[in-house]
Ligand binder design. Structure first.
Ligand code: IPM
Ligand code: MG
Length: 401
């Protein structure tokens, strides 16, 4: 056999293994466990992980706010906020594990997790090419829905993105191969039950919240098989929701329309495969005031992880600006966490305080630089706003103006 033929044989064997693994995953998705009922838990355990880079700085503020809001429940033993150590880049590299076993064991003891960003080494960075801790957590707990709201009230923007979180280009993102030294291949996987569950969640959200429209974003004109399946699935599921309108967009023009001031007001709920969702939600967050302002919920039927949509911003640390990082993203994630576990009143209260501090009043305006507030000052501002008996009235007055 020639050298090339031998390489192709290796590639085919590799592909066969991937196909088998994915077929097993489809089986698992089809047997998805029932949704955990948080209201039935005798005690809710909220894990907190700082992460890398600016992670510990913003996580400290978000945790402070959460402790303040839940102090009665913590005191009475209904809620425990548990800090989990050890998910640092140094440690992950040392152990060559994206999610060290001891950290995973601690996470498993929690019902939900508030997580600061973790650094993902990239190919060619000089660091070992271990997988992202995020992706490992998403996959381990099958957190298939990545929910990302973006709002700019003054511009009529009120979007909620449902990004598929466990498939697409990501699921085999570290299992591609160099077929020959000249040829690299990665793989994209979309499955019917995987597409169904995220699309259905998006439509159900629209139904539950009285939203009128769901937008499905793909590139099904070119990526015909996988995106084609996603779009076909959407068409089928849309029929179960006759009261909700839906439309389909291709990712390229959708990305353009997000900066079309008139058109973008029409989008409400958006559902899309993993990588498109990754890219577009950063763009959307930038319109809201920067990625530092956007939270993200990773939801599965038995567990939820709540985080910022952005990464660990190592540049802010090397440039000595870490303390000026914006903790709003992780505080917004805390709002989603509270909502998810059914503490809707507390979620609403924190949401209002964050609107006041982050959108309207801006007394502690974060710029990411020394001319702005520090994360700690912003945290103080949120805590004092939470204590303001006139918070509701303040927030209402902004809604009218
Ligand atoms: C995100 C991040 C992650 C992703 C990275 C850190 C792996 O960009 O949550 O959007 O690509 O999903
Ligand atoms: Mg991203």
């Amino acid at each position: 056999m020639s050298g090339k033929d031998a390489s192709y044989e290796v590639a085919v064997a590799h592909f066969r293994k991937l196909v088998q693994e994915q077929a097993e995953r489809v089986e698992r998705i089809s047997k998805q466990a029932e949704w955990l009922d948080y209201s039935k838990l005798p005690k809710l355990v909220i894990g907190v992980i700082g992460g890398d880079g600016i992670g510990p700085i913003i996580a400290k503020e978000a945790t402070r706010v959460l402790k303040e809001l839940l102090k009665d429940e913590v005191r009475s033993g209904k809620v425990e906020i548990r800090e989990i150590e050890g998910l640092t880049l140094e440690r992950r590299i040392k152990l060559m594990q994206p999610l060290p076993d001891d950290v995973l064991a601690e996470i498993r003891k929690c019902h939900v997790l508030l997580k600061g960003p973790t650094t993902t080494p990239e190919e060619g960075s000089g660091m070992p090419n271990i997988e992202s801790a995020n992706i490992a957590i998403r996959r381990t707990f099958d957190l298939f829905a990545n929910v990302r709201p973006v709002r700019v009230p003054s511009q009529g923007i009120d979007w909620i993105f449902f990004r598929e979180n466990t498939e697409g280009e990501y699921v085999l993102g570290s299992k591609g191969l160099m077929v020959t030294p000249e040829m690299a291949m990665d793989f994209k996987v979309i499955t019917k039950p995987g597409a169904e569950r995220i699309i259905r969640l998006a439509f159900e959200h629209a139904r539950k919240t009285g939203r009128k429209k769901v937008t499905v974003v793909t590139k099904a004109n070119v990526i015909k098989t996988t995106d084609g399946l996603f779009l076909e699935t959407a068409k089928r599921i849309a029929k179960e929701f006759p009261e909700i309108r839906w439309d389909g967009w291709y990712i390229d023009v959708f990305t353009a329309k997000l900066i079309d001031e008139r058109r973008r007001r029409e989008f409400e709920v958006v559902v899309l495969p993993n990588l498109y969702g990754d890219i577009v939600t950063d763009e959307a967050a930038e319109l809201q005031g920067g990625v530092g302002t956007a939270g993200s919920a990773n939801i599965g039927s038995r567990f939820g992880m709540f985080e910022a949509i952005h990464g660990s911003a190592p540049r802010m640390i090397t440039e000595g600006r870490g303390q000026y990082a914006d903790p709003l993203s992780l505080m917004r994630a805390a709002v989603m966490l509270l909502e998810h576990v059914g503490m809707v009143d507390r979620a609403r209260k924190l949401g209002k305080a964050l609107d006041v501090c982050g959108i309207y009043d801006q007394k502690a305006k974060i710029t990411g630089h020394p001319d702005g507030a520090t994360a700690g000052q912003f945290g103080d501002h949120v805590i004092s706003t939470l204590a303001d008996p006139k918070l509701d009235a303040r927030w209402e007055s902004y809604q009218k103006s």
